[in-house]
Ligand binder design. Sequence first.
Ligand code: HEC
Length: 200
Amino acid sequence: MTQDSFKDGAQRRENPDPHEKNRPVPRLIIAIVSLLLIWSVSYILLSHPSDDASLGDSRTMATLTGKPGAKPGGAVDGAQIYAAQCIACHQATGAGLPGVFPPLAGSEWVLAKDTVTPSIVLHGITGKLTVKGTAYNGAMPSFKDKLNDAEIAAVLSYVRANFGNSADKISADTVKTVRDGSKDRTQPWNGDDELAKLKE
Ligand code: HEC
């Protein structure tokens, strides 16, 4: 055995040196990644992210937070406030519930001078109240912390112009005057006793 053939034999018994194989990223993955890239870049370009936000759909913060009666542009919708705040008791027709909730339709309180209904809605009522000849003895909640002047004006203008009623609108200024004039009041009006004086 020559020196050479010994070397050959030893070499043949050895495992070849390990080497890193060439493993390319599968084409499918490349295709998916490139599609995602194309989609994301075109999405950004097509969605005009740097456009002026005021050119959007004109919804106000009030609309988005679901504050009742908010309309785009900041106007208040009396019908919506009525539906959100009053309908449960005074009903969709404004007829109330016999014996429990008095009617707003044709009510002498609703049609009285323009400071009466703001007083009622701001502070609420307890005790005996006579409406269209029937005595009620329920509790009308106060809305002074729930609705602002414009909202109370809108809902009362709506009530005074619907359910067969026809009386002048109530302005937010009137509500403000009544609110300021009665700001020390913490209790609801005591039915006929106190409200009759307001009507005069
Ligand atoms: C939880 C029920 C309830 C809700 C809500 C309610 N009311 Fe009343 N309201 C009453 C009751 C009860 C009376 C009568 C109070 C009494 O008997 O002392 C009354 C009385 C009134 C009166 C005077 C009497 C009449 O019938 O004209 C007006 C005006 C009125 N409510 C308007 C409103 C408006 C506007 C809203 C919504 C902003 C409203 N109410 C929400 C229960 C409610």
